[in-house]
Design a protein around this ligand. Structure first.
Ligand code: ATP
Ligand code: MG
Ligand code: FE
Length: 344
């Protein structure tokens, strides 16, 4: 079956066509340039940008795949989580397409899509695996028996997402927004052992109570205190060492908890997705530790880790493959969609 996937949860308008596990086309328009000068996503600007980009992006994807809308067998659209206004534009557009074509519509979970997309790159998933989804808005650990029907949440961040923490530290270090990639680059020139920053929920009672949850707000505060301390003493901030020590703390916790989840649930595969998987220290440490534990790490190329239509088409394709019932055409958006809900 041929699936059209549509993504509009945040600032990217994405449309893609997938047949089975084969990606035929993936087109993305981003409004990030418009948000950069505000130092953060402005929801109303994002909604408006989706409204303008929706039809051209879907058209471009159909054209790139060389198929007609009438050949599409099902439509999948992100129903949540995300920004209400952004989600609403995509869901309303997808409903219009479903009505016009008479094809079934699946309103799907964006976070699970970040894991699902890896099937298009590395082939069918094993029977059971752990997925770590890390981005600017999410940091979640999932246990997946079947990406369409059997997703269990093991843990998530209790405060900031990993990418969000990087963006905040970027601001502390005076780097441009979004700070994540800048902090990453700077970290590669620093000494990761020079400053030891705290690992959230990784020791004592916290670890026992929250084995697979994350917390990055204490770490961010520790970085802020360190930087302030330097400034108070009139010393130059060793920005590269701060970035390296901070990156190490984040990558350490993410990989330690993800691999512990693999081991305690008998999984030999870890799938990593979301825009933060671009982080160089996360990639290196995940590869190193996974090898020590005999675990295979699957991380799609970066263009499929950031928000895109392919991830939604991939999840729609898995739902169709499993014979899941489509969503009702009055499906709502759900900005806080629970992680165990694959389809609304
Ligand atoms: P969502 O959370 O809805 O998936 P998003 O737009 O916030 O969407 P992505 O686009 O998937 O998230 O990822 C962007 C986030 O990842 C930003 O916070 C960005 O700073 C961070 N990021 C990107 N590359 C790197 C990197 N190399 N190192 C650290 N952080 C990075
Ligand atoms: Mg984004
Ligand atoms: Fe995302």
């Amino acid at each position: 079956p041929l699936i059209l996937g549509i993504e509009t949860s945040c600032d990217e308008t994405g449309a893609a066509l997938v047949r089975g596990r084969e990606l035929l086309a993936d087109v993305t328009a981003s409004s990030m340039d418009e948000h950069a000068r505000y130092g953060g996503i402005v929801p109303e600007v994002a909604s408006r940008a989706h409204l303008e980009a929706f039809v051209p992006t879907v058209d471009a994807a159909l054209e790139a795949a060389q198929v007609d809308l009438g050949e599409v067998d099902a439509i999948a659209v992100t129903a949540g989580p995300g920004l209400v206004g952004s989600l609403t534009v995509g869901v309303a557009g997808a409903k219009a397409l479903a009505l016009a074509t008479g094809k079934p519509l699946y309103g799907v979970n964006h976070v699970i899509g970040h894991a699902a997309v890896d099937e298009l790159v590395h082939g069918a998933f094993p029977e059971r695996f752990v997925a770590l989804v890390v981005s600017g808005g999410h940091t979640s650990l999932l246990l997946v028996d079947n990406i369409a029907t059997g997703v269990r949440q093991l843990g998530q961040t209790l405060d900031d997402a990993a990418g969000e923490a990087f963006d905040k530290v970027g601001r502390l270090l005076g780097l441009p927004y979004p700070g994540g990639p800048h902090v990453d680059r700077l970290a590669q020139t620093g000494d990761a052992g020079a400053i030891r920053f705290p690992r959230g929920l990784s020791t004592g009672k916290d670890k026992v109570r929250h084995p697979y949850d994350f917390s990055f707000s204490g770490l961010k505060t520790a970085v802020a205190r360190y930087v302030e301390g330097c400034e108070d003493r009139g010393e130059a901030v060793p920005a590269a060492d701060v970035a390296a020590g901070f990156s190490e703390a984040v990558a350490d916790v993410l990989t330690a908890k993800a691999l512990a989840a693999c081991q305690s649930h008998g999984c030999d595969t870890l799938v990593v997705g979301g825009g933060f998987s671009a982080n160089s220290r996360l990639r290196a440490l995940a590869a190193e530790r996974a090898e020590q534990h005999g675990i295979t790490v699957r991380i799609p190329p970066i263009r499929y880790c950031t928000d895109n239509g392919a991830m939604i088409a991939a999840l729609g394709s898995a739902l169709v493959r499993e014979g899941a019932a489509p969503s009702s055409l009055d499906l709502p958006t759900d900005s806080g969609m629970p992680l165990e809900t694959v389809r609304v």
